[in-house]
Structures are given as C-alpha cells and as structure tokens.
Design a protein around this ligand. Structure first.
Ligand code: BGC
Length: 422
C-alpha cells in the first residue's frame, strides 16, 4: 500500500478524559441514577446482559468524570498507537476545555494541547483533529445552543482560535462529528442525551414528547453554516489542509431488492447523510465515513441473522466495503473511514473486523476506489455516552478494576501485524 494511506484509530475528548464544563457532564450528573434504573429494560434482552449487568445497573457507570484519564496518560496511549505502527490518530479538541467562558480562552489548556501535539510528533503519529464531537460548553448551551442565531459565530470564534494556535501542526480536520445524527438525537423524541432545548427530554426514553422541529431545523442549518465557517477559517490559514466532516453511514440494504424497500432505503440515506453532504460538498476535501451497522429495510419486517455486538447492534465485519464503494461512486472527494468498530468484550468479532478491514482497504485502492485512510473506533475502551463505560470499543482494554491499566487486545496485535506485513 502506498505511503499516503493513513492507518489509524480514533478517540474523542469527552469519551476518554471527560469534560467538566460541558453539557454532557451536567446531564450525566442529573440522569445517572435514572439510567442505571432503566438498564435492564434497555439491555436485559441482549446476549451480553449477564456480563454487563453489574456495571450497567451501577449509577457510577454513567458519570464520565475523568473517564479513562487520557488527559494524564496520553503519552502512554500515544505510545501504544506508535507500537502498533499506526500512522495517525483521530483525536479531538474539547471546546469547553479551551473556552470555558465565552470571553475567555484558557491559556493553560492551550499549552496542554501543544504538549499533546508534541507527544504525537515525537512518536511520528499524525493528528487528525475533530473540532466538535457532541459536547458543548455550558455557556454555549445556556445561551441557546445550536439553534441560537449566534451559534455559528460562537463556534467560528472557537475554531479561529484553534486554527491560530495549531493550524501549522495539523493537516486533517474534522469540523463536526455526525452532525445530522446528533440533531436527530438531541432534538428527537425520547432522547437520551442533553437536548439544549427547554423541554424535559432527559432520560425518558419512552417519552411521547414530540420532536422539536423548528429548533432541530435551525440547529441543522446552523451546523451546515458552521462547517462552512470553519472550513474557511482553516483554509485561510492553510490552503492545503484537508477538511471534512465525519458522517454516520450505515450499509442500507433493500430486502430482496424490492422496489418499495429500495425507495425507503433512498429516503433514509438522504436523511442519514446525503442531504448533509449535498449542503457541504462545496467545502470538503474528503468524505469522512463512520460505519457501524448493516441495516435491512423490509416492509414485511422479515428478520435477518446478523451477529450482534455487546450493545445488540447488527454486525457484519465486511459491510464497510459496500459503503466505501457507494460513497466513492457518489462523490468526487476521497473517502476516509473515520470510525469503524464495535462493542466487543471478548474481542472475537473485532479481531475478525480488522482482519477484513486491512485487505479490504488494499483491494479498494487496487480497484481505483479513492479511499485515503482507515481509523478504527476506538484506540481505547472509553465512555460510550448514555451507556457509560460498560460497552468496550477499544483495541486496547482499560481495566477499571486495576487503576485503569491499559492492555492491548488480540485485535490490536492483529491490526498491527496486518499493517506491518502489507
Ligand atoms: C460516535 C462515537 C461513538 C460511536 C459508537 C459514533 O457515532 O462518533 O462517539 O462512541 O459511534 O457508538
């Protein structure tokens, strides 16, 4: 495989180090107890229940705190990535950490990020930087969040500062992670995340409260504008920078190739990612693909026999290939797989997944598909949002019983071996 391809892994700030001044931390404090009480209803029917019940029913599981202490242990973590022979890490900058108040950037936090970039540089690991991965500073939310008229400019000011500070250290930028998926959840019915909307969304998963269409639409269009704003800021500083968004994209399949099923797939794909990419296509240098699940669409609801992750999501280790081929066919820009993985304590399916992914990338390139990177989600076990710590997504295990000790899993060893031998 040629030199330019990036083999990597991804993390996000809140999930590995927490974020004290963000809407997520505030929400967790409020809902941890309720989430623990809901655990059996939500996950009791999963095959993994016996394994996870102890953690899933414990309120502490739902409080990120300092998460897995990546902020203190990043040198060690980056060292593992280097040992694996990775070229790049997709990391994130936590907005609430560097701008805890609207009119104040935290100089110390900016210095800490410089040290973070230094550590990557020393290990020869290229950073891909995500500027927003679901968390918002408290002040931003208190002043109206993403549906406010000021949202784009507030985010823009944050991005300007990041670019001024780190622009010459970063070649790949992800302005927003899964913006359209986020809007659907944050403003949707019975959401299990901070809403930023003045209504009791909270932890009421079975709530019959309606979606918030007006705010959702404003947030969505603001996010698209915010992407453009960030793109311009980054490109003004460095015209060669690669800028994109990371988009949640499933492998949608029309059962039996039926006409109606096909129409539904088209509609859902439009809703999931196409509309967003159409809105931002004039301001991206790559299409970021976060791929997790194959999804069969069938009006007759016939079942399927996918294997499942510990979270109960359908898994097919090779489903990424059809997604990358489709996206490559649909858009002119190159594709970068910005996330691909699963919750798998036993690590069997994950190992299979990386064993599929590495030759898949090579095959795709040989076939002329313009894919420029593969980032496994995740480098480390981490804090999986409303599910807390029990889902284990890491190539590297974190032992919560043993001082957050890091232990590379078999899948990490295989991934390293495969990219070394290619
Ligand atoms: C998100 C990650 C998350 C992963 C697994 C993606 O949608 O970007 O933050 O941990 O999926 O759920």
């Amino acid at each position: 495989m040629d030199e330019d391809f990036l083999w990597g892994a991804s993390i996000s700030p809140h999930q590995v180090e927490g974020s004290e001044g963000s809407d997520w931390s505030r929400w967790e404090q409020e809902y941890a107890e309720e989430l623990a009480n809901m655990a059996e209803d939500r996950f009791g029917d999963r095959g993994s229940w016996d394994m996870i019940a102890g953690e899933a029913e414990d309120p502490d599981n739902y409080i990120s705190g300092e998460a897995i202490a990546h902020q203190d242990r990043y040198e060690e973590d980056i060292g593992y990535a280097a040992d694996m022979g990775l070229d790049a890490l997709r990391i994130g900058i936590e907005w609430s950490r560097i701008q805890p108040e609207e009119d104040g950037f935290d100089e110390e936090a900016l210095e800490e990020y410089h040290a973070y970039f230094d550590a990557m540089e020393e290990e020869g690991i290229e950073p891909m930087v995500t500027l927003w991965h679901f968390t918002n500073p408290d002040w931003f939310v208190d002043e109206g969040g993403w549906h406010s008229d000021e949202a784009v400019e507030r985010y823009g000011a944050y991005v300007d500062r990041v670019v001024e500070e780190f622009g010459d250290r970063v070649d790949h930028w992800v302005t927003l992670n899964e913006p359209s998926a986020w809007v659907r959840s944050a403003y949707g019915m019975g959401t299990l995340m901070p809403t930023g909307v003045d209504w009791p969304g909270g932890a009421a998963e079975d709530s019959l409260l309606p979606v918030q269409p007006l705010q959702a639409w404003r947030a969505y269009t603001n996010l698209a504008e915010a992407h453009h704003r960030a793109h311009d800021s980054i490109k003004d500083a460095d015209p060669d920078a690669m800028v994109g968004t990371a988009n949640s994209i499933g492998a949608w399949r029309a059962h039996g190739d039926g006409w109606l099923n096909g129409k539904i797939v088209d509609l859902l794909e439009r809703f999931e990612y196409r509309d967003w990419i159409d809105r931002t296509e004039d301001a991206i240098d790559f299409v970021g693909v976060n791929h997790y699940v194959p999804i069969d669409v069938d009006v007759f609801m016939r079942g399927n026999d996918y294997r499942t992750s510990d979270m109960g999501w359908p898994v097919e280790p090779g489903s990424l290939e059809e997604v990358v081929r489709d996206i490559d066919g649909e858009y002119d820009q190159p594709v970068i797989v910005t996330e691909h993985g699963l919750a798998d304590r036993e690590d069997e399916l994950r190992t299979e997944m990386v064993e599929e992914a590495v030759p898949m990338m090579e095959r795709l390139r040989e076939d002329g598909v313009d894919v420029e990177g593969y980032f496994h989600w995740s480098l480390l076990d981490n804090f999986e949002w409303d599910k807390g710590f029990w889902p284990r997504f890491g190539l590297i295990e974190i032992d919560h019983e043993d001082g957050l000790e890091r232990r590379p899993r078999e899948s990490a060893r295989r991934y390293a071996e495969l990219i070394r031998d290619r």
